[in-house]
Design a protein around this ligand. Structure first.
Ligand SMILES: *[C@@H]1O[C@H](CO)[C@@H](O)[C@H](O)[C@H]1NC(C)=O
Ligand SMILES: *[C@@H]1O[C@H](CO)[C@@H](O)[C@H](O)[C@H]1NC(C)=O
Ligand SMILES: *[C@@H]1O[C@H](CO)[C@@H](O)[C@H](O)[C@H]1NC(C)=O
Ligand SMILES: *[C@@H]1O[C@H](CO)[C@@H](O)[C@H](O)[C@H]1NC(C)=O
Ligand SMILES: *[C@@H]1O[C@H](CO)[C@@H](O)[C@H](O)[C@H]1NC(C)=O
Length: 639
């Protein structure tokens, strides 16, 4: 291919993901079909352009040294291509691998790690710890070798129904000269500069239902609009699966709700935990897998507090599901089949080792094969099966264009089952996001209510806080702007510098959050942040800059109306310096803050934490209960 990309700005992007969210979501099973056909039409129409474009992006991205952010601003929901989903805040996490010396004990790296997804694994140093010349060339080399084939795959892709929804948002400025004529529709940057006054959110009306909708960012073109509509539809579908609490009305009844847990060979789960000392080259994970994977307890924070790693969801969920009151041992009595494969921990082992793609996929392929031998799996083609994958969807969606991660979720067999992830692919309806695990794992109702009482009464000395690090090399990141605004209003805003180790301990972070009214939550290397949940659990109102951080993720655990629990500030406005975060938050009245906090603490908090594996809650439903009830509801609606 003669396309050569000499100039690149790997860390720059202007991407604008627009999102719309219906205020009141209803059940629209038929809308789903409509949207599908709209997609396939628009996709077919744009296929040639898309092919070129993907290929261009592919070449471009493989030529970058550090694919650290926002290289690819294309949102695709095709089955084969979906790793390119709108990574509004980052792209392939952690293609960079540190080769310098990490000497700090890993347990001190938590905040850093929640600071950036990849950094969890990269160690505490994050941005400062490895420089651009330290790159895992092995990964990139292997990508290059697939240049020839990727186009074929794309050409051969049959776009059908739900899998096809393509949207291209905005490319980098630098890419413009290359094939301008083909790209103008997608390069329409900043064509519509907003006026001075920036409303909280734009409101418009759904053309089908006439209902009021919130629009987080204006879409720039038709494609973007189509893709965003798809996001919205998928969210509506997922919300329709949310269990309305009938289970609570009928406690103890497991009629038609049997949960079957496969007894997988231990190489798919327990043995992986056994590799804790060697999971990533510079850190020891063993401490994190203690106490049913809650990690070491943190006495200082009280009962039920642990140093939990953000990627520990798989074993945490597994322990809990083994004790589910509706667990059955006869698969014929089962409604829901739980596959305890620790796919995230599996892939984490390989992220920073120079191994071939085949190696990365060994367990994924084996587990699918193992299931294929089961009648229970074949009976409903996996539709009543669920996987919990404690990492971001992207880590499981390797394809021909990128060598990051495993291809577990790219496998055809994995399409039907429900995948519970800490970050979902917004164009995959069976990808369901559930909360990142926090440090709090209560065992009883009383532990929850005493925590609620404590933080609701807590005097908060800071109006705003931001615990994070800058992204010095990333001009697209809004973090520097936030840090500037924060540090220039020291009376209102407290900045905890994670880059110099300021947030190394969970205690410091939790203290800061408990002491703050608002917690700024800009995207890291991927849109979601564990910190959003830490902040909610501390009663600190999260300030969200990207709808993909939360609004388009946690359909079962966060309500549709984001204003009840968060403040949204459009990051494009922030970037364009049209809004000052401090002023904006200062304008919130005491009443508004109290209403939000009360809602967060009393309504949301219990449902955001994963209780102890022996937990017996009567008054509350924790994140696990909500998830299990909704899964059962989903299956009963879909089978
Ligand atoms: C890493 O740091 C440790 C302790 O500071 C030191 O003993 C060791 O030699 C260093 N390793 C490398 C490769 O620099
Ligand atoms: C790049 O790596 C070399 C050695 O591998 C090191 O001496 C140099 O300082 C690094 N460059 C930067 C910008 O960190
Ligand atoms: C990774 O492994 C391949 C094959 O063994 C080797 O050619 C390559 O140099 C390695 N890359 C790194 C960064 O070690
Ligand atoms: C497309 O797929 C078909 C079968 O699915 C295969 O026979 C053909 O070789 C593929 N074409 C390309 C260009 O890969
Ligand atoms: C945060 O810490 C890093 C490393 O110590 C430092 O370079 C940076 O200037 C600090 N940022 C602020 C805003 O103080």
């Amino acid at each position: 291919m003669p396309v050569s990309v000499s100039k690149r700005r790997p860390r720059t992007s202007k991407k604008t993901e627009t999102e719309t969210s219906d205020k009141s979501l209803k059940d629209h099973p038929t809308c789903f079909k409509n949207i599908c056909s709209i997609f396939s039409r628009s996709v077919l129409y744009r296929l040639p352009l898309t092919i070129f474009f993907l290929f261009f992006i592919y070449l471009w991205s493989t030529s970058t040294t550090v694919i650290s952010g926002n290289v690819v601003h294309i949102c695709i929901s095709s089955r084969k291509l979906n790793d390119l989903y709108c990574l509004t805040a980052g792209s392939q996490p952690g293609l960079r691998v540190p080769v310098n010396n990490f000497t700090k004990p890993f347990s001190e790296n938590l905040i850093r790690s929640e600071e950036e997804k990849s950094v969890v694994v990269l160690g505490n140093d994050g941005d400062k710890g490895f420089s651009n010349n330290e790159t895992f060339s092995g990964e990139r080399d292997s990508e290059k070798s697939t240049v020839g084939t990727s186009l074929n795959i794309i050409k051969n892709e049959t776009f059908t129904g739900e899998t096809a929804g393509i949207r291209v948002s905005v490319l980098d400025q630098d890419s413009k000269p290359i094939h301008e004529e083909n790209l103008d529709s997608v390069l329409d940057q900043d064509s519509n500069p907003k006026k001075e006054t920036v409303p909280d959110i734009l409101v418009d009306w759904d053309s089908e239902t006439g209902e009021e909708q919130y629009r987080y960012i204006k879409s720039k073109d038709e494609n973007e609009e189509t893709a965003l509509k798809a996001v919205d539809k998928y969210l509506q579908i997922q919300r329709s699966w949310l269990s309305t609490g009938n289970n609570r009305a009928n406690p103890g009844s497991c009629e038609g709700k049997g949960v079957y847990v496969y007894d997988l060979p231990s190489k798919f789960n327990k043995d992986l935990l056994g590799e804790c000392s060697d999971m990533v080259p510079w850190a020891n994970f063993c401490g994190f897998f203690k106490n049913d994977a809650f990690g070491e307890s943190i006495e200082k924070l009280g009962k039920g507090w642990f140093n939990t790693h953000q990627y520990s969801l798989e074993p945490i969920f597994h322990s809990r599901v083994l004790k589910h009151p509706c667990r059955v041992y006869d698969e014929n009595q089962a409604k829901l089949f739980y596959v305890p494969f620790y796919g995230g921990i599996d892939v984490l082992r390989w992220h920073f080792k120079n191994v071939s793609m085949d190696v990365k996929d060994v367990l994924a392929i084996e587990v699918v094969k193992w299931l294929g031998s089961k009648k229970s799996w074949r009976r409903n083609s996996g539709k009543d099966h669920v996987f919990v994958l404690g990492k971001i969807s992207w880590d499981f969606r390797r394809n021909d264009k990128f060598s990051w991660g495993s291809s577990l979720l790219e496998m055809q067999e994995m399409k039907n089952p429900t995948k519970l992830l800490i970050e979902r692919n917004p164009w995959e309806v069976n990808d369901i996001a559930i909360p990142h695990p926090t440090f709090f794992h209560p065992k009883t109702d009383d532990e929850i209510s005493s925590w609620q009482n404590k933080i609701i009464a807590k005097p908060r000395r800071h109006l705003i806080s931001f615990a994070g690090g800058a992204r010095p090399g990333n001009p697209d990141s809004i973090r520097s702007t936030l840090i500037d605004q924060c540090t220039s209003s020291p009376n209102q805003c407290r900045f905890l510098n994670c880059t110099d180790g300021g947030c190394d301990k969970p205690e410091s972070l939790m203290e800061l959050f408990q002491d703050s009214e608002f917690c700024l939550q800009p995207p890291g290397d991927s849109p979601t942040r564990k910190s959003v949940f830490d902040s909610l659990v501390s009663g600190c109102i999260p300030v969200i800059f990207d709808p993909y951080t939360a609004y388009y993720q946690y359909t079962w655990h966060l309500p549709d109306d984001h204003r009840t629990y968060s403040v949204y500030i459009n990051k494009e406005d922030l970037k364009a310096k049209k809004v000052n975060v401090i002023e904006k938050l200062m304008s919130k009245t005491l009443r508004e803050r109290e209403d939000m906090r009360s809602y967060i603490v009393h309504e949301l908090l219990p449902g955001l934490v994963y209780g102890d594996s022996n937990a017996k809650f009567e008054r509350f439903h924790d994140a696990f209960d909500i998830t299990m009830d909704s899964l059962l509801h989903k299956i009963s609606k879909n089978l």
